[in-house]
Design a protein around this ligand. Structure first.
Ligand code: EZ4
Ligand code: CO
Length: 402
């Protein structure tokens, strides 16, 4: 079998997605997500101009060899653009391998390790009252875990808090919008929010919170301490992880578990965090961390160090990425949680998929391959529209410095 075509499809069914479709001479096809929020066309060009020509004529069965060929062969290593492009190829090749074998990809990864993939949803509101209503909505839907984000009094707009329910779209403008950040206002407000949520929903609902890289290590240590009475499942992205040893300081001060990694591209972004057991959950994803092949490598290192998976699953990760993530989630020994933000009806139309939600769990499709496809005719009806993530400034106008 040989690869005869590798098409890059850019579509915007409510938000932008970049998808690679690999076609073989025997008619078997595979899909991979290549979406990099706010930088979509850079990955599309990388694939179209620099990767697709190298794939033509290759044997699609050689997944590891193709991964090494693209990674080593580029000379320029890592980075979100390169690794998202490699991820798309890798994911599409796993899809093809599953279809050729007649098995869902998780069977090729060792088979099922659990009955379902526990997911968490996003409850967010401007006020605590709104937050409580949103948490109740997820509890009613059967969720066992909920991420809680609340507006901060005195700040006009907070990242992660939106009027949309069940999903939200942070890339909200054709040019970057701006939000204001104040650490003192934030740190004084958050513990009270969790006190109310615990009070209302009791001790067993799993609660999570995303700090979106806004704090310094000592500030994050204080936040972690102040949240200890509410027994969070994790405090996410407390500080940027450019400086991996920064997490030591947080770790020394708090038993609140830590999750990080949604912007990681490589095992090297996480190696120190994992080896020193500075985190509890690794949030790297299929699309941004080199595909199923490389993400499994990250999860295997994590398993050796008591670190569980907690993959990113916001709306900018397409149903193709979610379908691939579920194949890993259901099969690895150290699965923790899977983020699950629902996509819009238009997105679901463009990406028909067989995975489904029931009673707090996502279930991968049982069909051969990943169990997801792209409807290219539907995709063509939604042309690319520029959209960027917001920029954060401090109250004095400084661009948030870390
Ligand atoms: O900011 O997906 O945990 N989820 C998140 C997301 C990310 C966006 C970035 O593209 O932090 O909302
Ligand atoms: Co996050």
């Amino acid at each position: 079998m040989k690869i005869v075509d590798a098409r890059v499809i850019v579509t915007c069914p409510g938000r932008n997605f970049v998808t690679l479709k690999i076609v073989t001479d025997e008619g078997v096809t595979g899909v991979g997500d290549a979406t990099l929020n706010g930088r979509e066309l850079a990955v599309a060009s990388y694939l179209r101009d620099h990767v697709a020509p190298l794939l033509i004529g290759r044997d699609p069965a050689r997944i590891e060899d193709t991964w090494q060929y693209l990674y080593q062969g580029a000379y320029w290593r890592r980075g979100p653009v390169t690794m998202s492009a490699i991820a798309a190829v890798d994911t599409a090749l796993w899809d093809i391998k599953g279809k050729v074998a007649g098995l869902p990809v998780y069977q090729l990864l060792g088979g099922r390790s659990r009955e379902g993939v526990t997911v968490y949803g996003h409850a967010n509101g401007e006020t605590v009252e709104e937050v409580l209503v949103e948490v109740a909505r997820y509890v009613d839907l059967g969720y066992r875990a909920v991420r809680v984000q609340c507006g901060v009094p005195g700040l006009p707009k907070t990242y992660g808090v939106s009027a949309d329910k069940l999903f939200y779209e942070p890339a909200d403008a054709a040019l970057p919008s701006e939000a204001t950040w104040s650490t003192p206002r934030y740190l004084s407000h958050v513990p009270g929010v969790f006190a109310r949520v615990r009070d209302e929903f009791g001790p067993t609902l799993r609660l999570l919170h995303d700090v979106h890289h806004r704090l310094t290590p000592i500030e994050a240590a204080r936040l972690g301490q102040s949240l200890e009475p509410y027994a969070l499942t994790w405090m996410e992205d407390p500080v940027p992880a450019d400086l991996q040893e920064g997490f030591r300081l947080i770790r020394q001060h708090t038993t609140t578990p830590i999750a990080v990694g949604e912007v990681f591209n490589s095992v090297f972004d996480a190696a120190q965090l994992i080896r020193e057991q500075l985190i509890d959950y690794i949030r790297a994803t299929v699309v941004h961390a080199g595909g199923i092949t490389h993400l499994r490598r990250i999860f295997d290192l994590a398993a050796l160090h008591h670190v569980r998976s907690g993959s990113h699953g916001a709306t900018d990760l397409s149903p193709v990425c979610m379908a691939a993530a579920l194949q890993l989630d259901i099969s690895i020994p150290n699965f923790g949680l899977q983020e699950y933000m629902r996509h819009t009806a238009q997105t679901d139309e463009v990406f028909p998929h067989g995975y489904h939600y029931a009673d707090g769990y996502l279930h991968p499709a049982e069909t051969p391959g990943l169990g997801v496809d792209i409807d290219e005719e539907a995709a063509a009806r939604y042309p690319y529209a520029p959209a960027y993530l917001p920029v954060n400034r401090l109250e004095d106008g400084t661009v948030h410095p870390w």
